[in-house]
Design a protein around this ligand. Structure first.
Ligand SMILES: C[S@@+](CC[C@H](N)C(=O)[O-])C[C@H]1O[C@@H](n2cnc3c(N)ncnc32)[C@H](O)[C@@H]1O
Length: 217
């Protein structure tokens, strides 16, 4: 069921508790896909890192990459900082506050962007701004990785994703499982093209978007 792997639906949310059961459950399946798509070197900007369990796990798996965790919520970053102190990895950056919707991101350049379970737990403009912001800090050919549940046309959407969408909207009317075509459209408006789409466990998907030119080109 989508809610168990996508960040809500497990009782009281405590941002100061570093362990995130849903992130622990999906970390290996996401890592397996990331291995095929991350660059050999450079900076990975993680957007919406939440409690930071993934950040420490992925930084350990990719020692040649500088992993930079960020989130719009400074409170939840306290847990990400705790993971950093625990992991003691030279390539894991100090977590930064980055609200995707802000006009000025605190990161000028990155080589790859990761956003796991973010765009459905935020307003739609976060998805749009994620791509326009990414286009400003990536170079042509570099990629954005998005993981989460999606709605699909042609009757392909799992019943659990429709149920999850209703649950999200009941919690916040601006949230919701995004329609994959709309996400591809938002990416296209910022000059990203869908380069890979992979079905993942629990009716999730991993989507990879490649920048076809830099925003300043
Ligand atoms: C369900 S959590 C996912 C956390 C983590 N990626 C994971 O999979 O465990 C969604 C995260 O997105 C963050 N988020 C939502 N809207 C955001 C925005 N506009 N800018 C940055 N982060 C945002 C929330 O603060 C939250 O930490």
């Amino acid at each position: 069921m989508a809610t168990e792997s996508n960040g809500i639906g497990e009782g009281q949310w405590n941002p100061l508790e570093p362990f995130a059961p849903y992130a622990d459950r999906n970390k290996d399946e996401i890592l397996a896909v990331l291995k095929d798509v991350v660059p050999d070197a450079g900076t990975v900007l993680e957007i919406g890192c939440g409690k930071g369990l993934h950040s420490a796990y992925f930084a350990r798996a990719f020692p040649a990459l500088h992993w930079l965790p960020t989130d719009g919520d400074d409170q939840v970053l306290q847990s990400a900082r705790a993971w950093g102190a625990f992991a003691k990895l030279p390539n894991l950056g100090e977590p930064l506050v980055l609200d995707v919707q802000s006009s000025q991101w605190p990161v000028a350049r990155a080589d790859f962007i990761v956003a796991v379970n973010v765009i459905h737990i935020s307003a739609w403009r976060t998805c749009e701004r994620l791509f326009t912001g990414a286009a400003q800090i990536l170079s042509s050919g570099q990629q954005v990785f998005i993981y989460g549940p999606f709605l699909e046309r042609n009757g392909r959407t799992a019943a659990s994703n429709f149920a999850f969408d209703r649950k999200l909207k009941a919690r916040n009317p601006e949230w919701g499982v995004r329609e994959m075509g709309a996400v591809v459209g938002a990416a296209g408006a910022a000059k990203f093209e869908l380069s890979r789409a992979m079905d993942m466990p629990n009716n999730n998907k991993a989507l990879v978007f490649k920048l076809t030119r830099s925003a300043d080109a």
